[in-house]
Design a protein around this ligand. Structure first.
Ligand code: TMO
Length: 311
């Protein structure tokens, strides 16, 4: 293999991967994650590593990574994954590979025209007075809150109970279904309140805002006494300015040490992630092609991320 590589003109660097076992990269069900996973994959492959992109459930993936059944996650979102990730880190089975510059928010979101239909938004206290306007046959007379797929654990049922909201959670089957409903509601200016997040491509395509719930604090989800409801947790919004981390199986550094340095160096800003997702969801590229296009358009960042061990 090495001889063949020399014959066909391998890159001039002297680096040889420490292990030829494939690095198993977690692949979730929203586009920015899929593109970032493939950016990491293509860069690791430039160094000569073997890789595999492996479909993984947003919550179950952390236990799998703790066991070394998965090796790498490029997007760990504080609002949905903090608990399952930190459990593995605290047990020493996963390592925190640092935060991207991008900060995150994941919460209830509505198109801007809703402010005429439901005066008082973005304040959450405005929601109940117009709950019926958000109703669909399966939820009437309660309003529908359109959530993401069930593996994106958001505690919306708890939040609805704790804040006494006259709403019912309906889960979309996929990110495409979630934003498909937004697109058709938007075209007809119909009431909708749904899960959205940032960074994402959606904010650039549709004008809208997050609902402002009581400010998130750790105590809100741990201590029932905290907040507007003295008997229940989750009487608050998701974190604003939440982290977006990279994480790996705890054996990663020893097994693929140069790749580990590369992943530590990778740092996406919010706009870089918006663009990565838009290549797939707005331009319609496959996730593989979106990653390749993203890499081609960011030569300076890529050069800065390449670790000394690979030069
Ligand atoms: C985990 N997500 C970015 C879909 O909220």
């Amino acid at each position: 293999m090495l001889v063949l590589a020399v014959v066909i003109g391998a890159p001039a660097h002297a680096f040889t991967p420490e292990s030829s076992d494939p690095i198993k990269i977690a692949d979730n069900n929203w586009s920015s994650q899929k593109v970032l996973a493939r950016v990491a994959q293509q860069l690791l492959e430039k160094l000569g590593y073997q890789t595999k992109v492996v479909p993984a459930d947003s919550q179950g993936q952390y236990a799998a990574m703790g066991l070394g059944d998965l090796d790498l996650q490029m997007e760990i979102w504080e609002g949905t994954m903090h608990n399952s990730f930190m459990k593995e880190v605290k047990a020493g089975r996963m390592v925190d590979l640092g935060s991207h510059t991008a900060t995150t928010r994941e919460d209830w979101w509505y198109p801007e025209y809703m402010e005429e239909i439901c005066p008082g938004l973005p304040d959450w206290k405005a929601l109940n007075a117009c709950a019926e306007k958000f109703a669909v046959p399966e939820t009437a007379p309660k309003g529908r809150y359109l959530a993401g797929p069930v593996d994106w654990i958001k505690h919306d049922k708890e939040k609805i109970e704790a804040l006494d909201l006259n709403f019912t959670v309906v889960n979309a089957g996929s990110a495409a279904a979630l934003f498909g409903e937004l697109k058709s509601a938007y075209a007809r200016k119909e009431p909708i309140v749904l899960f959205n997040w940032a960074p994402n491509w959606v904010g650039a395509e549709f004008a809208g805002k997050f609902v402002e719930f009581p400010e998130h604090e750790a105590a809100c989800v741990e201590d029932p006494k905290w907040g507007v409801n003295p008997d229940k947790t989750y009487d608050c919004g998701s974190p604003k300015g939440g982290y977006l981390k990279k994480g790996a199986w705890s054996g990663f550094e020893k097994k693929w040490s140069c790749g580990y340095q590369l992943i530590k160096n990778i740092d996406f800003t919010g706009p870089m992630i918006d663009q990565a997702a838009a290549f797939a969801d707005v331009k319609g590229l496959t996730h593989d092609a979106a990653a390749t296009a993203w890499i081609e358009q960011h030569p300076q960042e890529i050069a800065a991320w390449m670790p000394d061990c690979a030069k």
